[in-house]
Ligand binder design. Structure first.
Ligand SMILES: [Fe+2]
Length: 160
């Protein structure tokens, strides 16, 4: 059954393309935050371990929401780890010989969160410029800025 929600297919395709980039960002962030959850050490291990679990759980839920928004537009979410790496706007974690300390981990995650927020803001400008009236995706992306912004604040508070 073809989709008819009052938006031309080519404009919905632009929303889908931008959402797939966000999906890719969140997958890279999931791998990174989950591995930090396993490897963080320090005198505040308990709270760091729990906080990193909160981050990867939130990221897991964001992934599901982004992919399902793509489906609601009759699009297909990217489906391979390789495609996530290709489309992500944040860097995949490049593990070195030694594990980073907790402060470095939080600085890496904060940089990712702030990068993703800036990219979503650019995406919203693109949708506006192209006159894409996809209110569902626009409000979804605005809400994502709110969600990511709150967690970014919490991460920033860990290293301030
Ligand atoms: Fe765990």
């Amino acid at each position: 059954m073809s989709i008819n929600i009052g938006e031309p297919k080519e404009l919905m395709n632009l929303s889908i393309e931008l959402l797939n980039k966000l999906l890719s960002d969140e997958f890279v962030l999931l791998a990174k935050s989950w591995s930090f959850h396993w490897t963080v050490v320090g005198p505040s291990f308990g709270s760091y371990h729990a906080f990193l679990e909160k981050i990867y759980t939130e990221t897991f839920n964001n992934i599901d929401d982004v992919a399902e928004r793509i489906r609601a537009l009759d699009g297909v979410p990217l489906q391979s780890l390789r495609s996530y790496i290709e489309h992500a706007r944040i860097k995949d974690y490049n593990a070195g010989e030694t594990l980073p300390d907790a402060k470095t981990m939080f600085a890496i995650l904060l940089d990712d969160y702030e990068t993703i927020i800036r990219e979503i803001r650019e995406d919203l400008k693109i949708l506006e410029t192209q006159k894409v009236m996809d209110e569902g995706t626009i409000s979804f992306l605005q809400d994502m800025i709110y969600r990511l912004g709150k967690t970014a604040w919490m991460i920033r508070a860990h290293i301030s």
